[in-house]
Ligand binder design. Structure first.
Ligand SMILES: [Mg+2]
Length: 457
């Protein structure tokens, strides 16, 4: 019996057709490894559903939807999703809609006594391959990265990812060209922001937050940052050194190239062909379909994007244009579990590989894992929290078991996401400053504000 011995802290004798949402509350978690607001949806039958707002996003994205949820039956997942999806958008702005959808799926699974993957049509696999995003540590060199990745390999991971781009060569003279002073000004804005925060100067902090935002929001084609031949040589050496450390057999994906234009991306994509990379991720913003097509056609290294795309249409456009070899949705942006299943099915049909982005708590991780299990073809699920020792302790899962062990996640048959309860003691120890030490506090200010919500007349 898969559920034997599980501490099932929910009502297994519920009456699903009479189930109603009564409240929505938040535990706003910090450094898990990002800000991760966990959502709890309460019902009239004592069952609770767990969801999560996208990493780095604000709980308000979920709370603003509360008025549309109260009194509704959470088992009508698609009906509620259609009602709230107008309030989602790309990247973090999809976080509220998608996090609520996950909590509804958890509730529907618990109410009917089935694991969430059953609500997606059943599973193709019991174990999900996890890949672990990896930092080199303080000194970001090919040698350090090689050693860091070897440690991941020793921990059982069978698929790896690292960063490679202007961040790795910024401090090597002669590797980058840019309008003179541009890179230094950008660096100075970040330094000033850090100092303003440390000194508690609120006005300066606001000013330098805005200036840093200005720099960070110059898209790739407009920075005029170029990598020199010396820079390309340094980046190629970096990858070569890493490959010499970890070998060529294990897949190695690469991310975070920095804001460089398409021509430099093409050059780099051609340079790294001999190093057998699994994919190059988000080299240019996903909105530039034509540029991604150029990039994909210019190199034999697979091109990947998707963690900031909301809803199937965005993925469909890229897949139809032949812009990607791999898609990489985060279901807390893509549209939740059902929509990500639809996206994955479409990619499967069109011969595009599916991996999954995830940088959140076990709630989002398990929602992703159930969705990965329900896809016919699936590559690997991302994990950012290998070095966060309390990550798993936020939830109570299978008795005595770890959620991720030896580079794999095993799904249980427990209802919903398989989380038997949340561990409030651990959550309380890791709250954001804004939470003021409180979890699950009243959100009644979001109960009743009314506005005419419709995208047409
Ligand atoms: Mg990424």
């Amino acid at each position: 019996m898969a559920n034997e011995g599980l501490d099932l802290k929910f009502n297994t004798c519920s009456c699903p057709s009479q189930l109603k949402i009564t409240d929505v509350r938040i535990a706003d978690i910090a450094r898990a490894p990002m800000r991760c607001p966990i959502i709890k949806i309460y019902t009239n039958q004592g069952i609770e559903g767990y969801g999560e707002v996208r990493d780095g996003a604000n709980p308000v994205y979920a709370l603003m939807l509360k008025r549309l949820l109260l009194g509704e039956n959470p088992c009508n997942v698609d009906k509620i999703f259609k009602r709230i999806k107008q309030f989602g958008y790309h990247a973090r702005q999809g976080g509220g809609v998608c996090g609520i959808e996950v909590a509804l799926m958890d509730l529907a699974g618990k109410a009917y006594g089935v694991p969430a993957y059953m609500l997606l049509g059943g599973k193709y696999r019991d174990k999900i391959r996890i890949y672990c995003d990896t930092d080199a540590g303080e000194k970001d060199t090919g040698e350090a990265m090689g050693q860091a990745l070897l440690k991941r390999k020793a921990q059982g991971y069978t698929f790896l990812k690292m960063d490679l781009g202007i961040g790795q060569i910024r401090d090597i003279p002669g590797t980058l060209s840019a309008p003179l002073g541009y890179l230094e000004e950008q660096q100075q804005a970040w330094t000033n922001l850090r100092q303003a925060k440390a000194s508690g100067d609120a006005e300066a902090e606001r000013y330098w937050t805005n200036r840093s935002y200005d720099y960070q929001n110059i898209p790739h084609p407009h920075t005029m940052v170029h990598i020199t031949e010396k820079g390309f040589n340094a980046l190629e050496d970096y990858v070569k050194t890493v490959r010499e450390a970890i070998g060529y057999e294990i897949p190695l994906a690469v991310d975070h190239f920095g804001h460089i234009g398409i021509e430099d991306c093409i050059k780099l994509a051609q340079r790294v062909v001999p190093y057998n990379l699994a994919w190059l991720e988000d080299m240019v913003p996903w909105q530039y379909t034509e540029q991604l097509v150029r990039l994909r056609n210019a190199s034999s290294t697979p091109i990947c994007t998707g963690e900031d795309i909301y809803l199937k249409e965005g993925f469909q456009k890229l897949i139809d244009a032949g812009a990607v070899s791999v898609i990489h949705p985060d279901l807390l942006t893509a549209g939740g579990m059902l929509e990500t299943k639809r996206i994955g099915d479409y990619a499967n049909d069109q011969g595009v590989a599916v991996a999954m982005h995830m940088a959140e708590t076990p709630v989002a991780c398990l929602a992703a894992a159930h969705t990965c299990a329900a896809l016919e073809h699936f590559v690997a699920l991302e994990f950012h929290s290998n070095d966060v020792p309390w990550w798993q302790d936020m939830v109570n899962y299978a008795p005595g078991g770890r959620i991720i062990e030896n580079g794999w996640l095993t799904i249980t048959d427990a209802p919903g996401l398989g989380i038997t309860s949340l561990n409030d003691e651990v959550l309380r120890e890791h709250l954001t400053e804004e939470a003021n030490g409180e979890i699950w506090k009243s959100t009644e200010e979001w109960d009743s504000w009314i506005t005419h919500d419709r995208l047409w007349s």
